[in-house]
Design a protein around this ligand. Structure first.
Ligand SMILES: C[S@@+](CC[C@H](N)C(=O)[O-])C[C@H]1O[C@@H](n2cnc3c(N)ncnc32)[C@H](O)[C@@H]1O
Ligand SMILES: Nc1nc2[nH]cc(C(=O)O)c2c(=O)[nH]1
Ligand code: SF4
Ligand SMILES: [Mg+2]
Length: 242
């Protein structure tokens, strides 16, 4: 179930720069063409032994040791524990159990999700919900995309009304349609005060181009008419951090 646990600086979204412990779950039902994570069930679980060291020990299964592992990685600057992946809500029941124990110990929790499982949500202090675009998928079926988009908005709305500090995140390409982003920003503004994090794609695999300054400014200005908007390139990759 869990691929890795490590301590790092949040490299994306509204809480960029804050210290997090990342709990990365395995597997994901989607297949974003830019995804920087493997999508396999195989492999051992690796645990960072000293916070921020990048030195890992591998274990067969750490599902029942996770809370102690998090305690060992706690640092005075810790902001929250992120459940990410892969798609963490594949393990929503376990996350609910972990969250209860963590909250009782004074930790804040953060969900990093693709928003496709509104029915699997429990309560988190913070959440980043990705809104995927048609160009994120090879040969994207538009009926599939509209249904995914509907679920993502429902996820954001449920979290917003549950008083979770939730924001939306969109990975953008040079070719991304500004008209579509304007429509998404308008839809988000109808839910409430939702910050939109615009994340230029980091080149990976077949994706060799990132996004021009001109395009970023254009996107920010259009979306800024409807929502609070920030641009968050993956700074951990610039800093050589996990
Ligand atoms: C690996 S995903 C796991 C959580 C969840 N499945 C999701 O998509 O949000 C974590 C975040 O990494 C971002 N990401 C992955 N690959 C990226 C890339 N090449 N460039 C920019 N962001 C990327 C995604 O947008 C996502 O928000
Ligand atoms: N430093 C750092 N920040 C992150 N923010 C979201 C991440 C993710 O993979 O979910 C991530 C990650 O993998 N590393
Ligand atoms: S939803 Fe997240 S984990 Fe799944 S393929 Fe897309 S970026 Fe990767
Ligand atoms: Mg990552």
């Amino acid at each position: 179930m869990i691929r890795e646990v490590f301590s790092s600086i949040m490299g994306e979204g509204k809480f960029i720069g804050k210290r997090f412990i990342f709990v990365r779950f395995k597997q994901c039902p989607l297949d974003c063409i830019y995804c920087d994570e493997p999508n396999t069930p195989e492999g051992m679980a690796r645990v960072e032994e000293i916070p921020g060291s990048g030195l890992f020990t591998e274990y067969l299964d750490i599902d029942n040791e996770l809370i102690q592992i998090i305690e060992n990685l706690r640092t005075p600057d810790l902001f929250a524990v992120s459940f990410t992946g892969g798609e963490p809500l594949l393990y929503s029941q376990k996350i609910k159990e972990y969250s209860k124990i963590l909250h009782d110990k004074g930790y804040k929790t953060f969900l990093e999700s693709n928003g496709m499982f509104p029915e699997k949500l429990s309560s988190y202090d913070y959440a980043s919900i990705d809104i995927k675009l048609p160009e994120h998928f090879k040969d994207c079926d538009m009926e599939f995309w509209h249904e995914l988009y509907r679920k993502e908005l429902e996820t954001i709305e449920r979290l917003y009304y549950a008083k979770c500090n939730v924001y939306a995140k969109i990975v953008v390409f040079e070719e991304t349609s500004v008209e579509l982003l304007e429509q998404i920003a308008r839809d988000l503004s109808k839910i409430g005060d939702i910050t939109l994090s615009i994340q230029p794609v980091t080149p990976t695999g077949d994706i060799i181009k990132t996004v021009s300054k001109k395009k970023i400014f254009e996107i920010m200005a259009i979306c800024g008419r409807y929502v609070d908007v920030i641009c968050t390139p993956q700074i951990h990759k610039w800093m050589g951090m996990l």
